[in-house]
Design a binder for this molecule. Structure first.
Ligand SMILES: NC(=O)c1ccc[n+]([C@@H]2O[C@H](COP(=O)([O-])OP(=O)(O)OC[C@H]3O[C@@H](n4cnc5c(N)ncnc54)[C@H](OP(=O)(O)O)[C@@H]3O)[C@@H](O)[C@H]2O)c1
Length: 339
């Protein structure tokens, strides 16, 4: 006899592109998932709602797609504050909060305080938001360990940390971690485009944001490599201490050098031990043809983890429209099946 799948009640804090894509993905993949995800509550910047008091999930997605905010769905049941929403989760049987708020790269707030409140009360949290993790990973882990809750943040690092390096000492991490800049560099290299042209194409194709400064100035890569370094190498640097060179028109001369010498340029985040400290940096680098990063073109991402026992282990990221939804789902499954 087939055993029923474990059911996980989930609340979505953030009902924008990623929140709604995840909700759709869960509905579309319910047959193949080893757990049954039941999305019970949603929140956007207008407020929060338990779906038992409002529209079905499908109808909530459709209404939000057409420009309505959560506050308009069932105003009489609206929970105005995000902290109040989080406090209401345990009594509704919600065990996992999925946080997809816009990233605040400067302080991580308000997501940092909200995630911490969830973890402190025993609610597991899965986040794809780099800000709170890069600024508060240690305090979030401490909050989780005090209450026995769990934090999943695989969606903040661009690549998945390979299971096989668990317990091994990590000596160095290098990664092509930002799809937007990698796409721009690939366009410049393969199609002889200027930086401005390649950026305009990336924006026209919806790959780059209209304001892509966090990507091209290297902040996104810096956040991801620092989160990896904090997770695996006990790095203690702050984000503003990461040595960071982004890409721009000045990268065109490096692209020419690469083309003339059979190499390519990638924006590489690196964490390594130097003078007994973990140093974290981001810069465009010339990549040789025998490097695992040579073939990582377009919006693809990859990282190598050099460890004491296993040597160099490569992690290639999933790419494609559903990648972030599957990453969230994987974190929820991992957390739920550990219970
Ligand atoms: N796009 C990707 O592939 C990708 C990949 C990895 C990670 N991420 C990360 O995922 C996160 C979300 O990205 P997105 O593209 O979904 O952003 P988005 O479309 O702007 O959605 C953000 C959602 O958060 C809501 N929100 C904002 N402030 C809030 C508050 N104080 N309380 C409650 N809700 C609030 C917004 O409400 P309104 O709808 O009312 O504005 C919106 O529903 C970001 O941190 C991003 O870096 C994205």
């Amino acid at each position: 006899m087939l055993r029923p799948k474990p059911q996980v009640r989930v609340a979505l804090l953030g009902f924008g592109n990623v929140g709604r894509a995840f909700a759709r993905y869960v509905e579309a993949n319910s047959d193949t998932s080893p757990v049954r995800i039941n999305i019970r509550a949603i929140a956007d910047s207008s407020g929060a709602l338990f779906l038992t008091n409002g529209p079905s999930l499908e109808s909530a997605i459709a209404r939000k797609d057409s420009g309505f905010s959560v506050a308009a769905f069932a105003p009489e049941h609206l929970i105005a504050g995000a902290h109040e929403f989080i406090r209401a989760l345990p009594s509704a049987g919600v065990s996992v909060l999925v946080e997809t708020l816009p990233t605040n790269i400067v302080t991580g707030e308000p997501a940092l305080s909200l995630i911490k409140a969830g973890l402190e009360q025993g609610t597991d949290v899965v986040t794809v938001d780099k800000g709170p993790v890069v600024h508060g990973l240690n305090e979030l882990k401490e909050a989780a360990s005090k209450s026995g809750s769990r934090l999943g943040y695989s969606g903040t690092t661009g690549v998945t940390i390979p299971d096989e390096i668990a317990g091994d000492r990590v000596l160095e991490i290098r990664g092509v971690l930002n799809g937007t800049t990698n796409y721009i560099l690939t366009e410049m290299q393969q199609h002889h485009r200027s930086f401005d042209d390649a950026l305009a194409t990336a924006q026209a194709e919806g790959i780059a944001e209209p304001d892509s400064s966090l990507d091209i100035e290297g902040w996104d890569t810096a956040s991801k490599i620092l989160i990896l370094a904090k997770s695996l190498m006990q790095a203690s640097s702050r984000l503003d201490q990461v040595s960071r060179i982004g890409i721009g028109p000045q990268t065109e001369s490096l692209i020419r050098v690469a083309r003339e010498s059979g190499r390519v340029v990638r924006l590489v985040g690196r964490a390594r031990i130097w003078q007994r400290r973990v140093r974290v940096s981001v810069a465009p680098k010339l990549i040789e043809a025998d490097s695992p990063f040579y073939g990582v073109a377009g919006t693809s991402k990859a990282a190598t983890f050099r460890t004491e026992e296993r040597g160099e282990v490569l992690s290639l990221s999933r790419s494609g429209r559903d990648a972030i939804s599957q990453t969230i789902l994987d974190d929820i499954i991992r957390i739920s099946l550990q219970a």
